[in-house]
Design a protein around this ligand. Structure first.
Ligand SMILES: NC(=O)C1=CN([C@@H]2O[C@H](COP(=O)(O)OP(=O)(O)OC[C@H]3O[C@@H](n4cnc5c(N)ncnc54)[C@H](OP(=O)(O)O)[C@@H]3O)[C@@H](O)[C@H]2O)C=CC1
Ligand SMILES: O=C(O)[C@@H]1CCC=N1
Length: 275
């Protein structure tokens, strides 16, 4: 079993630790680094996983999962560039950042795999997309796919699709939560108690997601199944169309994509460098 170190155990790093433990990984095989002692103590208490400082984590782990914000990456690279050796596997979860950036900073030949997961990893329902850098072999990719497969679903994509993945499934949970939040507000407007409105909306979301996962039909067919002639749903759907909700969602995902590209831009060697 490989030792996995989560470098930066914030929201997504903690989701990974929690998901791996729920999936049966031993806390003995996991490490994390955090800047603040209080946060480190909380995580150790919650998951029974050891905190370490960066050099120690890099030395002891086989797999280094980089999960700091893109804005903090330079500081992390400065601290680790000299000590990461090609026998380690670097897995980056950072939005926008190309594998080539890590390859340039670490020792020649260091394998890097870029992953875009999402926070439902916390409950074993992540969607992760995986792309290998130029030194990542099939067995590196398989190792990462096994690790992420234990906390959700995994697809392999060419790296030049990772900005689109980031916009769609990386950020995606936020859009679903936003929708749920707005629908609960609608229930409140109609006079339902908040707890009842929340239960109605959340279970409707879970049920709809289960139907989508069963894959019995296209989403359009399923929506048509709810939309009776001269019924209630079509009155609601007309309002969604009037307010341009479909176009707003497409614009939202496109804006997230642009931001992912922008986050990576300053880390490319030249502006034309592709992923
Ligand atoms: N949140 C999400 O849904 C997703 C996030 N990602 C990617 O994951 C990365 C992390 O995002 P997220 O978890 O939301 O961000 P957070 O800010 O919650 O987590 C980052 C963590 O890294 C810590 N950190 C920063 N620098 C260092 C360092 N040098 N050494 C050790 N720890 C450090 C931060 O500590 P401190 O609090 O002290 O700053 C923080 O706890 C980003 O690159 C993001 O693009 C990918 C997919 C989904
Ligand atoms: O908002 C962000 O930048 C990160 C990346 C994908 C989801 N959250």
């Amino acid at each position: 079993m490989s030792t996995i170190a989560v470098l930066g155990a914030g929201k997504i790093g903690e989701s990974l630790l929690s998901g791996l433990i729920n999936a049966g990984y031993s806390p003995e095989d996991l490490l994390f680094t955090e800047r603040y002692q209080q946060r480190a103590d909380e995580l150790s208490e919650r998951y029974g996983v050891r905190g370490a400082d960066l050099p120690d984590a890099v030395r002891r782990a086989d797999v280094l999962v980089v999960s700091v914000k893109p804005q903090d990456i330079e500081a992390l690279l400065d601290e680790t560039a000299e000590i990461v050796t090609p026998d380690k596997l670097v897995v980056t979860l950072c939005a926008g950042l190309p594998t080539s950036m890590f390859e340039r900073r670490f020792a020649a030949g260091t394998p890097v795999v870029r992953v875009m997961p999402n926070t439902p990893m916390l409950v074993g329902e992540a969607m992760s997309a995986v792309s290998g850098g130029s030194h990542a072999t099939e067995s590196h990719l398989e190792l990462v796919e096994r690790m992420l497969g234990s906390v959700g679903r995994v697809v392999r994509v060419p790296e030049n699709q990772q900005d689109a993945v980031t916009a769609l499934s990386g950020s995606g949970p936020a859009y679903f939560f936003y929708l749920v939040e707005a629908m609960i507000d609608a229930g409140i407007l109609l006079g339902l108690p908040r707890a009842v409105a929340a239960e109605l909306v959340v279970q409707s979301a879970v049920g709809s997601a289960a139907m989508l996962r069963e894959g019995e039909g296209h989403p359009v067919i399923m929506r048509e199944g709810v939309t009776s002639p001269a019924g209630t749903t079509i009155s609601g759907v007309r309002e969604l169309e009037k307010h341009g909700v479909r176009a707003a969602l497409i614009d939202a995902v496109e804006a997230a994509h642009s931001r992912s590209v922008e986050l990576g831009a300053k880390h490319r060697q030249d502006p034309g460098e592709s992923d």
